[in-house]
Design a protein around this ligand. Structure first.
Ligand SMILES: NC(=O)C1=CN([C@@H]2O[C@H](COP(=O)(O)OP(=O)(O)OC[C@H]3O[C@@H](n4cnc5c(N)ncnc54)[C@H](OP(=O)(O)O)[C@@H]3O)[C@@H](O)[C@H]2O)[C@@H](O)CC1
Ligand SMILES: [K+]
Length: 471
């Protein structure tokens, strides 16, 4: 599991550490930072390193790391952006042969120690000027020249929210300490961090504010059949998706549900269209279309306003429900059953009565607000899909590829989450495991190239297999 803590949690853990006062925490941080820079550059000797140094301990980390690199033969210049700079770090850099400069033009790597978790969002004028002089990106529209390594987090980001306010550094690599921060996992801030490398400095931390499942976590959570299981004990998922107008949505949602994680899939079109059902069975003969018990429903796209009736019928069965696409418009308050709502930013904006741009700018608070208001697990789709539950836990999904932004991918995801619910996972686990597997399947199927929703569905079983221990 990856964990992200808030600044207040990190500060409390630092205060409680016996190694804070002696400066040992900072030495661990600086050494980890220096090693990450050496790994990135493939060595230290002869490399040109420019440190951008602000007034706090973030700059101190950069200066101590610079001293370490200088001792290994790097040419290290520190550009001090404030009249104050960490005195111990500065002395160490000078003793190691590093210099202070008031301008710089060329670097193999720029180490961004302008500001860390003690900063306010945005960059000051002199920091922007220094970044521009070195070719460091401070927005999305410029081309970086040197590699940029940010200390703890790209300067100018807000550590705790995932929001972006004002200018900020765009990093290739972010080296953080003790634990990740919310900005490392949650978009749009996470998109500015590049690769995130965590250095353990020995902090004792409480439960995380935000977490991200890793393969080992998914392996533990996956429902695996045992000897005495039969198709009914493994769970039956019911799919209400597609219609005479949108038969494709039915096929894709069923394909997501029928990845082999449940014993059976029952299907009915949102509008009850028999022809859609015949086509689904023609494509997947294992799907049944007669009425019967299910352990979870998926009510999804197709059918427009008929989706409201389909949702009411599903809720009437008293089993957990995945509410996707057209069915989301029928949700105006908490449902009578455990539910997973799967909106994209536009749909979440409608659910909350906000603008889409507001949701995209502050994804974490929007998804938390929706989970609280609807008393349900809410999954906000995006590059970094967020899953929130009413009690406050949040997971971020880190699998997937930009090629996954394709029509029908959401239908596959809804079906997959429904199958995990029917197999017995609770809504929070079903939603977060579902989007992890969906992203992993997409990455494998894409192999760096174009992708269709059908290809994602076809790759699901193999994605599940890769997670399971080898028999
Ligand atoms: N404690 C420990 O043991 C460890 C700490 N660690 C490290 O310490 C870092 C936190 O250090 P910190 O608390 O000194 O805050 P930090 O982020 O360096 O700067 C705050 C100062 O910057 C200024 N400033 C504010 N906003 C600004 C802006 N937008 N743009 C520019 N400047 C701005 C403002 O000062 P001002 O200039 O306004 O007087 C403020 O006082 C943390 O991220 C990690 O790297 C690691 O070594 C692990 C062990
Ligand atoms: K920084």
């Amino acid at each position: 599991m990856r964990h992200a803590h808030t600044v207040a949690q990190v500060r409390a853990a630092e205060e409680a550490s016996p190694d804070l006062a002696s400066g040992v925490l900072m030495q661990r941080a600086a050494r980890g930072l220096a090693h990450a820079v050496i790994d990135l550059l493939g060595g230290a000797y002869g490399r040109r390193v420019v440190l951008l140094v602000g007034s706090g301990d973030n700059g101190g980390d950069a200066l101590y790391a610079g001293a370490y690199l200088a001792r290994r033969g790097a040419l290290v210049d520190a550009w001090l952006l404030s009249e104050r700079a960490h005195p111990g770090g500065l002395a160490a850099l000078r003793a190691a042969g590093g210099r202070t400069v008031a301008s710089a033009a060329r670097a193999d790597v720029v180490v961004d120690g302008i500001v860390g978790i003690g900063g306010r969002p945005g960059l000051r004028r002199e920091a922007v000027a220094a970044c521009r002089a070195l070719g460091v990106r401070v927005g999305a529209d410029e081309h970086a020249r040197p590699l940029v390594v940010s200390v703890d987090l790209p300067s100018g980001l807000d550590a705790d929210t995932g929001r972006v306010e004002g200018s900020h550094v765009m990093a290739d690599l972010t080296v953080t300490f003790g634990t990740e921060k919310v900005a490392h996992l949650v978009d749009p801030a996470a998109a500015a961090c590049g690769t995130v490398h965590l250095v353990d400095i020995g902090l004792d931390l409480p439960a995380a504010a935000v977490e991200a499942l890793q393969q080992a976590d998914v392996a533990t959570l996956l429902p695996v059949p045992e000897g005495a299981d039969h198709k009914y004990t493994r769970g039956v998922v019911g799919v209400r998706a597609g219609s005479a107008t949108y038969p494709g949505a039915a096929r894709l949602c069923v394909a997501g549900a029928a990845s082999g994680l449940v014993g059976m899939v029952r299907f009915r079109a949102v509008d009850g269209d028999e022809d859609t059902a015949r086509r689904v069975v023609a494509a997947r003969p294992e799907v049944v279309t007669n009425a019967g018990r299910v352990q979870a429903w998926v009510v999804g796209s197709g059918g427009g306003d008929r989706a409201a009736d389909a949702l009411a019928e599903a809720v009437g069965d008293g089993v957990p429900v995945v509410v996707d696409a057209d069915a989301l418009a029928a949700v105006d308050g908490p449902l009578a059953v455990p539910a997973v709502l799967t909106p994209h930013a536009g749909e979440l904006a409608q659910l909350l009565g906000m603008e889409r741009a507001e949701v995209e700018a502050d994804q974490l608070s929007a998804v938390r607000r929706a989970a609280d208001r609807f008393g349900a697990v809410v999954l906000l789709k995006g590059r970094r899909t967020l899953v929130a539950e009413p009690a406050g836990r949040v997971r971020v999904n880190t699998t997937g590829t930009p090629w996954l932004a394709t029509a029908g991918a959401g239908d596959v995801l809804a079906g997959l989450i429904g199958s995990l619910l029917a197999a017995g996972l609770d809504p929070f686990d079903a939603a977060s495991v579902g989007c992890w597997l969906h992203g992993a399947a997409a990455t494998a199927a894409s192999a760096g190239g174009p992708l269709t929703a059908s290809a994602v569905a076809d790759a699901l079983s193999a994605a599940v297999r890769r997670v399971l221990p080898t028999p």
